[in-house]
Design a protein around this ligand. Structure first.
Ligand code: MHF
Ligand code: KIV
Ligand code: MG
Length: 295
């Protein structure tokens, strides 16, 4: 076991996070922009931390003020904001524009942008060109790309170029046409492949890795094996961090949502009710009232 892995294990004790809570990634005092070093340090202290997706400056500013330390400009924007069926059609232009908005809306969070389907599959050079654009043009602090062993050359070149990379293994939605939306890593062979993928991502130099839709016991094993933080979505409670698509988290997503999401609010109801009340007042002639009117 590496020294770092030993540190992560020993600090993830029942005692929980260290006493110096002023340093904490969530709830800490620092107001400067969070870096990948802060993420590593928090994980070594045994802190669990939250990540949410964001796709616009306004929502991102709400999460920044709430203290969310890491935001992902996910290609899930395709499903939830752009009206596509899957993440597959999402383009570099769409990710670049919304990533720049999220960066402008935040002061403290580390902003991570998804590399969309087709922006890194040709190879490391294509990956570097597109990741560089998101760093320079959008101002994000890191990028994320899908795939373990199959993407390790891309991850390595980006890291060598000074671009922090977050990996993403297990269910990789950009491969939906090949793999569907099924739990990954079930059975001994698939579990061994997931462990190889996790190690490939870490060995290539990634600073963290998303584990999507994998059995909790396997996600916990990956978390114990790696020294970099694991971020779970549908991967149980044994990972170092958790991520949710924010529109699922606030009950804004229409239609069917994955079983692993938890709805902490019902903004769909709130927004719909506000729209109906506005419409009723316009039709009834009670809006605008005197205080909304100029003479
Ligand atoms: N709104 C939204 N939330 C997400 O979490 C999300 C997106 N969009 N888009 C990109 C990917 C796609 N994701 C998905 C999509 C579907 C399932 C799904 O159908 N899951 C089944 C379980 C399948 C099984 O049992 O094997 C479920 O019922 O949750 C899971 C993750 C997660 N991501
Ligand atoms: C669900 C997370 C991990 C993601 O990749 C996205 O939102 O696109
Ligand atoms: Mg994504």
């Amino acid at each position: 076991m590496s020294l770092q892995a030993a540190q992560k294990q020993s600090s993830t004790s029942p005692a929980g996070p260290s006493a110096d809570s002023s340093k904490a990634l969530y709830g800490g005092k620092s107001t400067r922009r969070i870096t990948v070093h802060d993420i590593a340090a928090a994980t070594e202290r045994g802190e669990k931390w939250p990540m949410l997706t964001a796709y616009d400056a306004m929502t991102a500013s709400v999460f920044d003020e709430a203290g969310i330390p890491v935001m992902l400009v996910g290609d899930s924007m395709g499903n939830v904001h752009l009206g596509y069926e899957t993440t597959v059609p999402v383009t570099m232009d769409e990710i670049a524009m919304l990533s720049a908005a999220v960066v402008r809306g935040t002061k403290r969070a580390l902003i991570v942008a998804d590399l969309p389907f087709g922006s890194y599959q040709e190879g490391p050079v294509q990956a570097l060109r597109n990741a560089t654009r998101l760093i320079k043009e959008s101002g994000v602090g890191a990028v994320k790309l899908e795939g373990g062993e199959r993407s390790h050359e891309q991850i390595r070149l980006l890291v060598e170029a000074g671009i922090p990379v977050m990996g993403h293994i297990g269910l990789t939605p950009q491969s939906v046409n090949a793999m569907g939306y099924r739990v990954q890593g079930r059975g001994e062979e698939a579990a061994q492949q997931l462990l190889r993928d996790a190690k490939a991502v870490q060995d290539a130099g990634a600073f963290a890795v998303v584990l999507e839709l994998v059995p909790a016991e396997l996600a916990a094993e990956v978390t114990r094996t790696l020294h970099i933080p694991t971020i779970g979505i549908g991967a149980g409670s044994g990972t170092d961090a958790q991520v949710l698509v924010y529109t699922d988290m606030v009950g804004l997503t229409g239609g069917k949502v994955p079983r692993f999401t938890k709805q902490y609010a019902n903004l769909r109801q709130v927004l719909g009710d506000a729209a109906k009340e506005f419409a009723d007042e316009v039709v009834g002639g009670t809006f605008p009232a005197a205080e909304h009117t100029f003479h």
